[in-house]
Design a protein around this ligand. Structure first.
Ligand SMILES: Cc1ncc(COP(=O)(O)O)c(C=O)c1O
Length: 376
């Protein structure tokens, strides 16, 4: 390989290093408490979930053995899919190997060149990247600003065949969420296709943990729900659900992300199905999670946000963010240090993900360390 090639890569990496934005995969020391994972109900180590994985593995093997349209789709996949459809009130659905791939597939393949996608400014990279790769035009509305969305709808609704509106339910880096009821009202007025990524709402919101759409009683009005198995469901993989068989058939026939990849392993779906059953009746844990999140947010003088477990502590400067993360690490507390380009410039932050294993004592300790960073 040519020297020029390596030099180009190194130059770009050095530029990231100089701005303190270089990323690396590393092993962190054993921590007392991990506030950096999306396992909000601590189900990854739950013996029932582990048994679910083992049983599926023993019955169907360590891998699915093939892509889903060959022989990779097994009874364990069907069983999980049926449970997901029931939970999220949708008649049709499909599984994907990751939420990233599901978002890519939906946004790259469903809208076409005569369509417009209107997406929240802060949607996850898996969706943002797909916007630039598909054939549809797209515009971003200000984060959570449904008045701005309406302005864009007013300005463009007659120019395109179909308009898609795309948002997360609970935003992954800010822990805030859109007014889904208002969004659904807009949908009645402008008849767009509403796509909702429930990655971080699932488990946490709704009477049965089905997500923010369940909590806001709009499940039936969301056209396409996407979710991952990798967060509250304690596994890995994803799903796309809809009441339209056409949408799902289209993706099954067109989405290379689904067609040309070895399907999820039986252990992944076996564990997720057991976790789903646990989450459905986890009202007490859901209440506890919200309670600690609300209290923590109040102490940090942040908006309560219905008690979403993702709590961003805005620092701004990437160096200070890393220093504070390291201070917490030395105390045995692991939190995320999130820097651009994952978040906008000058908004480096600690991202604290609360979970049901966090007790009040830990929160008090954390609040003590973070006191200088409490918003005035
Ligand atoms: C909002 C959102 N959507 C999608 C994904 C991707 O999901 P997965 O981890 O299953 O690829 C993530 C992961 O961080 C996310 O936060």
């Amino acid at each position: 390989m040519s020297e020029h090639f390596f030099n180009r890569l190194e130059d770009e990496l050095n530029s990231s290093r100089n701005k303190h934005l270089f990323r690396e995969v590393r092993l962190y020391p054993e921590c007392r408490i991990n506030l950096c994972s999306n396992d909000y109900f601590q189900l990854r180590h739950d013996p029932r979930v582990i048994t679910g994985a083992k049983e599926a593995c023993e019955k169907y093997g360590t891998g699915s053995g093939a892509s889903p349209l060959l022989s990779g789709f097994l009874p364990c996949h069907q069983s999980l899919l049926d449970q997901l459809k029931k939970w999220k009130h949708k008649s049709f659905g499909m599984l994907f190997n990751a939420g990233f791939l599901a978002n890519q597939a939906v946004l790259k393949h469903l809208p076409c060149k005569n369509d417009l996608i209107l997406a929240d400014k802060l949607i996850h990279h898996s969706m943002a990247q797909a916007l630039t790769q598909g054939s549809a035009r797209f515009k971003r509305y200000h984060h959570l600003d449904l008045d701005h969305l309406q302005e864009l709808l007013d300005a463009h609704c007659d120019e395109y065949e179909t308009i898609f509106v795309v948002t997360e339910s609970v935003f992954s880096m800010d822990g805030d969420y859109p007014d889904l009821k208002k969004l659904v009202e807009l949908k009645k007025q402008y008849s767009f296709i509403l796509i909702l990524d429930e990655a971080h709402g699932t488990g946490v919101f709704g009477a049965t943990g089905a997500g923010l759409a369940e909590e806001m009683q709009v499940q039936d009005q969301v056209d396409i729900i996407i979710g991952t198995l990798g967060k509250s469901l304690a596994s890995m993989g994803a799903y796309v659900l809809s009441n339209s068989s056409t949408v799902i058939n289209y993706l099954v026939n067109r989405a290379g992300e689904f067609i040309y990849s070895t399907f999820l392993s039986p252990a992944q779906v076996g564990s997720a199905e057991i976790a789903l059953g646990i989450l459905k009746s986890a009202e007490t844990d859901r209440k506890y999670l919200r309670e600690i999140a609300i209290n923590f947010r109040k102490t940090m003088k942040l908006k309560v946000q219905k008690g979403t477990p993702i709590v961003p502590i805005l620092i701004g400067d990437p160096v200070k963010t890393l220093e504070l993360r390291n201070t917490l690490l030395q105390q045995g507390i692991m939190v995320g240090a999130i820097r651009p380009p994952t978040v906008p410039p000058q908004t480096s932050r600690l991202r604290i993900s609360l979970h049901t294993g966090v007790n009040r004592q830990t929160l008090e300790e954390l609040e003590g360390i973070l006191e200088p960073w409490i918003t005035p």
